[in-house]
Design a binder for this molecule. Structure first.
Ligand code: ATP
Ligand code: MG
Length: 471
């Protein structure tokens, strides 16, 4: 039995204003060419959009998909998982089709002794007689670790026998791809993903039990809130911390690629920084879109992963995340230049930033990565351990610590203030770089500002020649 594995995943959603897009007229007029059933459904859909009960997003293949805010109606309209649950066929033909499918499945289970799940770590998952059930073998706690698009809440559960905690993720079969598990298991020795304890099929949902990443924060949260605290503590921390994360994430992604997997969904909610005894490590979660390096999409996935790593770097360093990978590749020179000017970066820091992004974008194969890693290492003119300790104190501060910062309740305001403050410190040229040759770069304007004309191919070519690292 084969299953369709590339089911759509909603990547982002966007509101559609029906009033403004000319759909406010008579809806029946709009759908008159459709069949009666489709007419009824389309009208319901448009009404849901109008009432903002539903939003339209795009899946990973850029196809529009509907996402309902209300779980019940979402099931009705957007649940391709009507598998492994009871069905009530409406016609005799349908009875035959459904019976055949069900009997085929029973036959398959019998023939292959197919289990409903696999326990990979019995020290965390104490199944009894082949079952691992809520209320019996484990209990749910009230702790919610996060929320995903394809998964619901990721919650903490407690094993009744061992009293150990795990993170529990569930998703509908339609969202599930077997590569999620295959990549995860292949990477288990690396320590990059959380340890996978068990996965199983129950009804029309896949259940995953995994290591709870303690003392972990997603890059989403770090970009959105914690960078403000870091800059408030010391504006000079932004550069080394961003380089540190760039380096850590690049190594993790490189290891993943060497193990034969591309992730293809490295958005900031899928990367976590975890603190353990003052050391910050990079963890990657959610292999829901993973594909083998040697698949047809391997190279695309590889390039996308590398671009995503750089986007995390710019998001942390200069608060520029870019709208998409395409936006990044197309507009990075303009956008980075604007933000670098806004942050009043020194000439040396700007040259370093442009050089790193440019080098990363030239990575097209696995064998190019070590050169980028070397270049990155030469920029890391700080002690990673003490940096890690210093930042960990800020990132993983107890609430009492944060409350001493007067603006901690309004981090957005704080970030704005810091940006302004950095703007006024432009003349002091606060570079944290200690590179003897950095003053010799080709750019000869002394205002430290780059203009669009300056960031051109010649500029980048010169950078490559001077660093000797371009290729
Ligand atoms: N093992 C874990 N430990 C701690 N937090 C976790 C863990 N797994 C997931 N989370 C949290 O839950 C969130 C959603 O998890 P996950 O990315 O696996 O769900 P998803 O539905 O596949 O996400 P997406 O929105 O990327 O499709 C994460 O961003 C993270 O905050
Ligand atoms: Mg995710």
């Amino acid at each position: 039995m084969t299953t369709e594995t590339d089911s759509p995943r909603v990547l982002h959603t966007q509101r559609i204003d029906i009033q403004e897009s000319g759909l406010s007229g008579d809806l029946t007029e709009l759908v008159k060419d459709l069949s009666p059933t489709s007419q009824a459904r389309t009208i319901l859909l448009l009404q849901s959009l109008r009432k903002n009960e539903a939003v339209i997003g795009v899946d990973d293949q850029k196809r529009p998909v509907i996402q309902y805010k209300d779980e019940r109606s979402r099931k009705l309209w957007w649940d391709a998982s009507n598998a492994n649950i009871l069905t009530k066929p409406r016609t005799d033909d349908d009875v035959q089709v459904k019976m055949d499918a069900c009997l085929e499945m029973i036959d398959y289970l019998k023939k292959h002794k197919a289990p409903s799940g696999v326990v990979l770590d019995p020290t965390h998952v104490s199944s009894k007689a082949g079952y691992y059930r809520e209320g019996r073998e484990f209990t749910k706690t009230k702790d919610v670790l996060g929320k995903g698009n394809s998964a619901g809440d990721i919650i903490v559960i407690k094993d009744k026998t061992t009293q150990t905690e795990s993170a529990h993720k569930t998703m509908m079969i339609s969202y599930f791809r077997e590569e999620e598990i295959r990549a995860w298991v292949d990477l288990s020795e690396t320590g990059i993903p959380p340890a996978l304890y068990c996965f199983k099929l129950e009804g029309n949902r896949i259940h995953i039990f995994m290591e709870k990443i303690d003392n972990g924060i997603t890059l989403r949260d770090i970009i959105d809130t914690h960078m403000g605290n870091i800059r408030a503590e010391d504006p000079n921390l932004a550069r080394p911390f961003s380089l540190y994360v760039f380096h850590g994430l690049l190594s993790a992604v490189h290891t993943m690629h060497q193990k034969g997997w591309t992730h293809r969904d490295l958005h900031p909610g899928n990367v976590m920084l975890q603190e353990s005894e003052g050391v910050i490590q990079t963890r990657i979660i959610d292999f829901g879109l993973a594909k083998p390096m040697d698949s047809e999409d391997g190279l695309r996935g590889f390039r996308s992963d590398i671009a995503e790593v750089v986007r995390k770097f710019t998001a942390l360093y200069i608060d520029e995340e870019f709208d998409s990978e395409t936006d990044f590749r197309k507009n990075w020179k303009d956008k980075v230049q604007q933000m670098a000017n806004l942050y009043a970066m020194s000439k040396e820091d700007k040259v370093e930033l442009f050089s790193l992004i440019d080098s990363a974008l030239q990575v097209v194969s696995l064998s190019d990565v070590p050169r980028l890693q070397e270049e990155l290492a030469t920029k890391m003119n700080f002690d990673p351990q003490s940096l890690s300790k210093q930042v960990a104190k800020i990132l993983f501060a107890k609430p009492e610590f944060l409350s001493v910062h007067p603006d901690s309740q309004d981090l957005e305001t704080e970030l704005q203030k810091i940006k302004l403050a950095m703007g006024t410190s432009k003349k002091t040229g606060q570079s944290t770089m200690d590179q003897a040759d950095s003053g010799d770069f080709i750019i000869d304007d002394d205002d430290g500002y780059f203009t669009t004309e300056e960031i051109n191919d010649n500029f980048l070519d010169n950078l490559r020649k001077q660093t000797g690292l371009g290729w």
